[in-house]
Design a protein around this ligand. Structure first.
Ligand SMILES: [Zn+2]
Length: 337
């Protein structure tokens, strides 16, 4: 593991919003599918009570010190195309109605000022992200409308091709379409974050030098686990160069080539690999809770994050752990929202 350079640590300390006595903020989780699960469920599921249906609930997240949670809006491919936008809007409505609840405990993150207020409020910040631009249905007006409803981040594709680009599971490995390029331009104008998780390799290289903030919200390292959803070393180096974020994820098949062998130790190997490439300032976590059925033992739900943090602290210095679990993510959004 590369040693953390002094200038970086002192800069982080200066911007350390989490070190105040009032703040319990220990974690940022860069990806969960709570909204998708709520939308799919036939009966209402409460975010504010611990329950069997959700991996991420407010009481569990609060007890683990989750200060920022990114909520994905995801419309699965089985939905008829004509219903894509409707399904996304339903999930945005659930975000407002069931998660924010008039901002009593969870506040929307729309700007840098929201992050500043968050540090002393003891509330949880919630960032809305679109996982796959399919609901935009080839119209940038839909992007602008979702932005006005609170969307601040867009993953261009899920695994398949859409109007914007090819997803990672398309063998032809296509890059951005003409609409894709105009969408990126509009995202730049609106100051939105671009998420490259799920994007084709060619699409990745087409957007990585674009002048907008980039993040891989839930992807691991291909050198450690060969799944196509993971990032190659050159992609990781590019994200480091762009001062992006890499959300190390707990999806068993992205942790270990044999998902049944996925372990916390396996998750740490991905962290070590990113550090070996010089990326300790880019590491964050994107659990993918509520988007996965199989779990890494010991990382079953958001309530397990506190114990996972203890394991990290046994292995790495505290300033690095704090950076990975919360500060890198906080600073990234502080810089870009
Ligand atoms: Zn995903």
């Amino acid at each position: 593991m590369k040693d953390c350079d002094e200038t970086c640590l002192s800069r982080i300390d200066r911007f350390s919003f989490m070190s105040g006595r009032r703040s319990r903020m220990k974690w940022m989780d860069g990806h969960c599918d709570v909204l998708y699960k709520m939308w799919k469920s036939e009966s209402p599921i409460s975010f504010y009570e611990c329950n069997e249906s959700l991996d991420v609930t407010y009481p569990a997240a609060h007890s683990s010190g989750v200060g920022i949670q990114v909520f994905a809006v995801f419309v699965p491919p089985e939905v008829p195309r004509s219903q894509f936008l409707h399904a996304a809007l339903k999930q945005v409505d659930l975000f407002h109605e069931r998660i924010l609840l008039h901002g009593k405990k969870v506040v929307p993150l729309l700007s840098r000022e929201d992050l500043i207020r968050l540090k002393s409020s003891g509330r949880m910040g919630a960032l809305l992200s679109l996982e796959g631009a399919d609901p935009l249905q080839g119209d940038t007006a839909h992007l602008r409308l979702l932005y006005r409803l609170g969307m601040r981040q867009v993953g261009l594709t899920w695994n398949h091709a859409n109007e914007v680009a090819d997803g990672i599971e398309e063998e032809r490995n296509g890059g951005l379409t003409r609409f894709g390029r105009s969408l990126v331009k509009e995202m730049k104008r609106l100051n939105m974050v671009l998420d490259v998780s799920h994007l084709s390799v060619r699409g990745f290289w087409e957007v990585i030098e674009e002048d907008l903030p980039v993040i891989a919200s839930h992807s691991n390292c291909r050198a450690v686990c060969s799944h196509v959803r993971n990032l190659g070393d050159e992609q990781i180096r590019a994200l480091i160069r762009r001062e992006g974020l890499i959300g190390v994820t707990f999806v068993p098949k992205f942790v270990h080539d044999d998902p049944d062998q996925a372990s916390i130790e396996g998750v740490l190997r991905h962290i070590d690999h990113i550090c070996a490439l010089g990326g300790e300032k880019c590491i964050a976590f994107g659990s993918d809770f509520d988007g996965i059925d199989q779990k890494v033992p010991g990382l079953e739900d958001t309530g397990a994050l506190d114990g996972f943090r203890e394991i990290l602290l046994q292995r790495y210095p505290e300033p690095l752990v704090r950076r990975w679990t919360v500060e890198n993510g906080f600073q990234f959004y502080f810089k870009h929202l």
